[in-house]
Design a protein around this ligand. Structure first.
Ligand SMILES: Cc1cc2nc3c(=O)[nH]c(=O)nc-3n(C[C@H](O)[C@H](O)[C@H](O)COP(=O)(O)O)c2cc1C
Length: 390
């Protein structure tokens, strides 16, 4: 196994091993990608306060997210097409998360179905992410399937009723499975591991949708499917409907604005995720880390606030926690690990992030993640109040 010491190593390896159209699908944002870049860059502008001669043992990163114990305040973010980064990708990532003791969130647009992941993880509870589509009967059945599979939280995504344009996906002709065009075949010939893995599984399509929606034989392109099926009229009344139907822990994902955060509180959800979908939707929106403090300030005592976007190290997790996030999610950091080395790669991602988190916390003079707050950050280096002011 190649020696990997940070998430960038895994990204480079994934780029080598994953077919171009799927690597590009992960490593891109919408339009100019300015929000995608800002998500990570803004983390790097925040500075820690180094403290010394403080007992650094024992250290704990244990916490809870929506009342459930987590080995560190990190969950795996829902990502579509994960089973195209590596054969059976969702099952492998869910197993790695389970062994590490953190939540795995399965996307509606996954390749392995809800039932596949449940069976592949011995019915260990995982989280399910819901996109609301026009066909409400299908959505009602999907919620029921998540309940039947023992899912312990529902993550309702609110920021993708229409799809942000990602130039590379259009140019690559992104489709699942890839079409046998000459450029695709030439590219696949350079990815023997990936091809062998895919030959060994029957899961090559959108497992939650195929065979469950009447008349769907072929999804065509992702953009085409989204524009036809996703419901652009989604409203807070629908959130209420989903909440009633689900009846369990509900997390609202994709909140960036303080007014929406207040509405999320009013909806009675258990948590919200400050997220701009990894810079894949509204390009030109502020980074998640710069949007976080104002939302925490406004609603943090009434709802659990989580965040995602740009996390590539345990230091980023620590900064998010310092700024008030009770939990964080990793999207691409997980995908790079998976594309690089399957389940072992996702485990490696989690080990790297955990170690960086734990050591950085100790360098800041803290031994328990529960005691982390803004006092570990250098005043003036971190965003406060409105994201515009940062
Ligand atoms: C390739 C890819 C696919 C994604 N698919 C979904 C999805 O199906 N549902 C969803 O709610 N979010 C989806 N997201 C957004 C992630 O859940 C998360 O918000 C984002 O990846 C966080 O940013 P990060 O990748 O910098 O960690 C996707 C992100 C990526 C990179």
């Amino acid at each position: 196994m190649p020696v990997t010491t940070n998430i960038e190593d895994l990204r480079v390896l994934a780029k080598r091993r994953v077919p171009r159209m799927f690597y590009d699908y992960a490593d891109s944002g919408s339009w100019t990608e300015s929000t995608y870049r800002a998500n990570e860059q803004d983390f790097n502008r925040i500075l820690f306060r180094q403290r010394v001669a403080v007992n650094m043992e024992p250290r704990s990163t244990q916490s809870t997210m929506v009342g459930q114990p987590v080995a560190m305040p990190v969950a795996i973010a829902p990502t579509g097409l994960t089973g195209m980064q590596h054969a059976d990708g969702e099952i492998l990532a869910a197993r790695a998360a389970r062994k590490f003791g953190i939540p795995f969130t399965l996307s509606t647009m996954s390749v392995c179905s809800i039932e596949d992941v449940a069976a592949g993880t011995d019915n260990h509870p995982f989280w399910f992410q819901l996109y609301v589509m026009r066909d409400r009967d299908f959505i009602a059945r999907l919620i029921d399937r998540a309940k039947a599979a023992n899912c312990s939280a529902l993550v309702l995504t609110l920021d993708l009723q229409i799809l942000g344009q990602r130039h590379k996906d259009i140019k690559n002709g992104l489709s699942v499975p890839p079409k046998p065009t000459i450029p695709n075949i030439l590219n696949l010939m350079t990815k023997p591991r990936w091809c062998l893995g895919m030959l060994g599984t029957r899961r090559h399509n959108f497992g939650n949708i195929f065979g469950h929606v009447k008349g769907v034989e072929n999804l065509g392109s992702l953009a085409e499917w989204t524009s036809k099926q996703f419901d652009p009229t989604l409203s807070w009344a629908d959130v209420e409907w989903v909440k009633q139907r689900w009846g369990g822990k509900l997390i609202l994902k994709g909140i960036q604005d303080v007014e929406d955060a207040r509405l999320a509180v009013d909806s009675g959800a258990d948590a919200l995720v400050v997220s701009n979908h990894g810079g894949r939707q509204l390009d030109g929106a502020p980074s998640s880390i710069s949007a976080l403090p104002e939302i925490v300030q406004e609603v943090g005592n009434r709802i659990e606030v989580h965040m995602d976007g740009g996390i590539r190290s345990g230091q980023h997790v620590l900064k998010a926690v310092a700024l008030g996030a009770k939990g964080t999610y990793i999207g691409r950091a997980m995908l790079y690990g998976l594309g690089a080395m399957g389940e072992a790669g996702v485990t490696r991602t989690l080990e790297i992030i955990h170690r960086e988190l734990e050591l950085s916390m100790a360098f800041c003079g803290r031994t328990d993640v529960a005691s982390v707050d803004t006092s570990i950050l250098l005043p003036g280096s971190y965003p406060t109040g409105t994201p515009r002011g940062y």
